[in-house]
Write a protein that binds this ligand. Structure first.
Ligand SMILES: *[C@@H]1O[C@H](CO)[C@@H](O)[C@H](O)[C@H]1NC(C)=O
Ligand SMILES: *[C@@H]1O[C@H](CO)[C@@H](O)[C@H](O)[C@H]1NC(C)=O
Ligand SMILES: *[C@@H]1O[C@H](CO)[C@@H](O)[C@H](O)[C@H]1NC(C)=O
Ligand SMILES: *[C@@H]1O[C@H](CO)[C@@H](O)[C@H](O)[C@H]1NC(C)=O
Length: 481
């Protein structure tokens, strides 16, 4: 109905311009009511990975391009403002192909022998990227091993599946390597700390329901619980009590659901910070029945050819599609974090597909709208609590109370035409709000737009069809006005 009205207005010569006037904004507002009294999950943030040596693409960029790309990823005023970096803990002997080299290329001859760690100071480019992230204020670092080093596994190889020796059903003549693997992960965390990067979350599996030609290690949730019971006290003994253990990075949500219940039955759930899932083999829908937080830690469009479109018929690489994907996870499935797969990748890998946010091609780069879909979420800062928001017609809305007292409202316009969105936050905290808004569509990237605040405190701004708009509501200091 609202649209019909707009279309009719647009047809009149006076309102022929594409941008709606303020008058029009006031006339046809889709109201989104935010209620801070209704609270949902706490957010940890949004992120990406530069594992498989992709971080080196940034290391190798010359200035000013290097800073431009770092700003696109981490800057909270000009870029995506990502707040979580997922680093791959290498398990391979060398750094050929997609392999990430391990800090333990050779194991001691027995599981209780003294390990000979070798730190190369680079960690496949990830240390550089992490240190840069720290300079942007990022403080959530998720270190995630795809596999234990091969010498700790039943198949003596960090690739091609296999199981950690010492786990139920995985007996090895070299002994039980659970403690050695826990010690190894602690060592990695300590090396990062020595280099100014505090790892906050630790994972020891990646897609443990899949055998691959790169680093992979098989595990059920029950088997993962056995290792968690060794890892938790090992971290605590090393004074790493605040590190959260994440598990288990299944290829899809249905296996993740099994992991969640297996971890619980095995009595390990209270040692887990977040149940982590990917979205490749089954999409996220519904909530996990778990008290632990839920994170989506890796997903991307593996099939489409490189696309920088915001909206091209809802394609799987479109920015608009990703805006909706993240929205679904956070609002419908209680996720506390949403991480894309590769932040950057080159042209040659996988026929230049959409598994990256930024294409780095030698000294040139190209930015997809998927990055700007994530940028629309940058107003939601780590520690924010999701609060209630009504949706409005053809709008998807989500609201968050940030730790600094501001309220972020993220809105997707599902309609094909422009809509005017009016945000109203109930409660005294924002009785006289100061409101800013930014939007993304086919021709804008998190561009700031005009906000009109009505006498009732409703803050309105217009967003184009299939666009996304994010509002930041801060309480105006009454006595300073
Ligand atoms: C983010 O970008 C702004 C604008 O270019 C710049 O002033 C600021 O220093 C950047 N932030 C960081 C942490 O580099
Ligand atoms: C852990 O912290 C305690 C108290 O600060 C200290 O006495 C102990 O040496 C530390 N242990 C390790 C392994 O760093
Ligand atoms: C949402 O996740 C939190 C943990 O972050 C949990 O306590 C809560 O029960 C979950 N709610 C639903 C509806 O799944
Ligand atoms: C509001 O502004 C006044 C005057 O500038 C200042 O004294 C007061 O601390 C401020 N209050 C808050 C909550 O920021």
């Amino acid at each position: 109905m609202h649209f019909i009205q707009l279309a009719a207005l647009a047809a009149t010569p006076l309102l022929a311009s594409a941008a709606p006037s303020n008058l029009e904004v006031r006339q046809s507002v889709q109201k989104v009511t935010v209620n801070p009294a209704t609270k949902y999950q706490t957010m940890d943030g949004f992120g990406f990975s530069a594992a498989f040596q992709r971080a080196n693409l940034i290391v190798n960029l010359k200035e000013p391009k290097q800073t431009e790309v770092l700003d696109l990823l981490f800057n909270t005023t000009t870029g995506a403002g990502f707040s979580i970096l997922r680093n791959g803990i290498g398990s391979s002997k060398d750094s050929s192909k997609d392999y990430m080299n391990t800090i333990l290329p050779t194991c001691p001859s027995s599981a209780t022998g003294t390990p000979d760690y070798k730190w190369d100071g680079k960690d496949s480019g990830q240390l550089f990227l992490s240190q840069k992230a720290v300079s942007y204020g990022v403080n959530t670092f998720y270190a995630n091993a795809w596999s234990a080093p091969g010498c700790m596994k039943t198949n003596n190889n960090d690739a091609n599946g296999g199981t950690l020796c010492g786990i139920s059903g995985a007996k090895c003549s070299s002994g039980d390597w659970k403690q050695a693997y826990a010690d190894y992960l602690v060592k990695y965390v300590q090396v990062y700390a020595e280099n100014g990067v505090k790892v906050t979350h630790l994972g020891f599996l990646n897609e443990p329901d899949l055998t691959t030609s790169y680093a992979s290690m098989l595990s059920s949730g029950t088997q993962a619980a056995e290792f968690i019971k060794v890892l938790r006290p090992t971290l605590d003994k090393a004074n790493l009590t605040s590190i959260g253990i994440n598990c288990c990075e299944a290829t899809g949500w249905s296996v993740t659901s099994q992991h969640a219940s297996q971890l619980k039955s095995a009595g390990a759930l209270d040692m887990v910070y977040a149940i982590t899932s990917h979205e490749y083999t089954s999409r996220i829908s519904g909530t996990l029945s778990t008290e632990a937080r839920a994170w989506q830690t890796e997903y991307s469009d593996l099939n489409g050819g490189w696309s920088t479109a915001w909206y091209s018929n809802g394609g799987s690489g479109d920015g608009f599609t990703w805006a909706n994907t993240v929205f679904n996870g956070v609002v419908n499935s209680n996720l506390s974090a949403y991480l894309f797969w590769e932040g950057v990748q080159d042209r040659a890998t996988n026929n230049n597909n959409n598994e990256k946010l930024i294409l780095i091609d030698g000294q040139k780069y190209d930015v997809s709208k998927r990055l700007w879909a994530f940028a629309q979420w940058r107003l939601v800062r780590p520690g924010a609590v999701r609060i209630a928001a009504s949706s409005g017609s053809n709008l998807k809305s989500a609201a968050f109370a940030n730790p600094d007292g501001s309220v972020a409202v993220v809105v997707i316009n599902s309609a094909s035409g422009t809509q005017n969105v009016g945000i109203s936050v109930s409660g005294a905290a924002v009785a006289s709000p100061k409101v800013r808004a930014w939007y993304t569509d086919n021709s804008h990237d998190m561009s700031e737009t005009e906000v009109t605040v009505g006498s009732d405190g409703t803050a309105s701004a217009s967003v184009t069809g299939r666009g996304m708009i994010s509002f930041l509501v801060t309480a105006r200091n009454a006595s300073a006005v």
